[in-house]
Design a protein around this ligand. Structure first.
Ligand code: S3P
Length: 419
């Protein structure tokens, strides 16, 4: 067993987007400390600036000047969302309730991702959506006066739920959302923290309108999805690691829970509360891992970590089967195809299923070869963990794409390796 390393993972991506958006909708200056300085969060800042909000260059201490719930103004150039689905979908909710036209654009990956999931409820509330083709970006939103709705989401999607809640907030109407499965609840928590009456019972969330948000000063907790890569490496390489200040919101803990069920020794220490979220130091100690099955009910709580789970299975040489995860096909890449084809190309044993994958114990003890990330940050980082393990030699075609969510990933992984 090796010595203990301490790494501070960057701010949570989901909460960073929400803090920026709500800061821009608040009545006065809002301070955000520890925001994630990544390409995706920069996309949200870019879109908010285009709509007239005063958002400085991202840094560890950002002050956003909000102009109130109806303070945004029309952008005469398209809103550039880059690679960020969260930017496009959450801001579609804001645009739907804003009395002007907004045109959304994204990179080639984002342009392939479905927007009907937000266009349908927001249209039912009274906005008008136009697509150049299919239901992907570019998309034009004609915003205006909205009415309240009660909406049942088909796929469990925090982005869809959040788009509806933000539309109701800006539009000043009451909404009720029922999810097929519970998705991450950061929007609800931050809204409540800012004085908005949001009630939730597991899968049903209701929001009542307010005149104005409270101004705020928040510190963004560490991102559990970024922490996941370091915890996985630590478990597999038998090193001890401590990650202070990580968000331990139960709707995000699926990967850690899965690793624990596989036998990992991961504990939470020094629990504290911060801006409506629970944070803790996550400590991982060496343990031997076994196989696991993940079904649909659990999927939303580890949706972004499933590529990593597949790589953990290959490295630990255990069987892991994931089903009920068809959503993986419409992420930054088709993550089922990307993970399975890349695992096979480095010598692991994996098969695709329509809604998931199965990784079996492969005959080769070491894994080597070149993988194609398809520009997907989570594929790059999952295989980065695999490649960092002793004996494996994995070349990654696009290491830089990690800048979408974890720009310092390679340095942090390296520091853990050398620990
Ligand atoms: C996110 C929600 C998830 C997740 C994404 C970020 C969010 O997508 O995959 O990386 O910030 O709301 P869903 O819309 O599928 O929940």
């Amino acid at each position: 067993m090796k010595a203990r390393g301490t790494i501070r993972v960057p701010g949570d991506k989901s909460i960073s987007h929400r803090a920026l958006i709500l800061g821009a909708l608040a009545p006065s200056d809002c301070r955000i400390r520890g925001i994630l300085e990544s390409d995706d969060v920069r996309s949200t800042a870019t879109v908010l600036r285009a709509l007239g909000a005063v958002v400085p260059t991202l840094s560890d201490d950002v002050v956003v000047r909000g102009h109130g719930l109806s303070g945004l103004t029309r952008s005469h150039s398209p809103l550039q969302c880059g690679n960020s689905g969260t930017t496009a979908r959450l801001m579609a909710g804001v645009a739907a309730a804003s009395p002007f036209i907004s045109r959304f654009e994204g990179d080639s990956s984002l342009s392939r991702r479905p927007m009907a999931r937000v266009a349908e409820p927001l249209s039912a509330m009274g906005a008008k959506f136009e697509f150049d083709r299919g239901d992907g970006l570019p998309m034009t939103v004609h915003g205006g006066r909205l009415s309240g709705i009660a909406w049942d989401t088909r796929a469990a999607s925090a982005q869809t739920k959040s788009a509806i809640l933000l539309a109701a907030l800006v539009g000043g109407v009451h909404v009720s959302v029922r999810e097929s499965r519970r998705s991450r609840d950061h929007t609800e928590r931050l809204l409540r923290h800012l004085g908005v009456p949001v009630t939730s019972t597991d899968i049903r969330i209701q929001l009542s309108p307010v005149e104005s948000l409270d101004a705020f000063d928040v510190t963004i907790p560490g991102d559990p999805s970024s922490a996941a890569y370091l915890l996985a490496y630590a478990s597999l390489a038998r090193v001890v690691v401590a990650l202070p200040g990580v968000c331990v919101n139960p709707t995000r803990m699926g990967f850690i829970e899965a690793l624990r069920r596989m036998g990992a020794d991961i504990r939470y220490e020094d629990a504290a509360a911060n801006a409506g979220e629970d944070v803790a130091t996550i400590v991982s100690r060496p343990a031997r891992l076994g196989g696991i099955r993940i079904g649909e009910a659990e999927v939303p709580s580890l949706i972004d970590e499933l590529p990593l789970l597949a790589c953990v299975a290959a490295a630990a040489r255990v069987e892991v089967e994931v089903s009920g995860a068809a959503e993986l096909r419409v992420k930054e890449s088709d993550r089922i195809a990307a993970v399975v084809s890349n695992l096979r190309s480095v010598g692991a044993d994996a098969v695709e299923m329509p809604d998931g994958f199965r990784v079996s114990v492969s005959s080769s003890r070491t894994l080597s070869g070149r993988i194609a990330t398809r520009g997907d940050h989570r594929v790059a980082m999952a295989f980065g963990v695999l490649g960092a393990l002793p004996g494996n030699e994995i070349e990654i075609d696009d290491r830089d794409c990690v800048s979408v969510s974890y720009p310092g990933f390679w340095e942090d992984l390296d520091s853990l390796r050398k620990n």
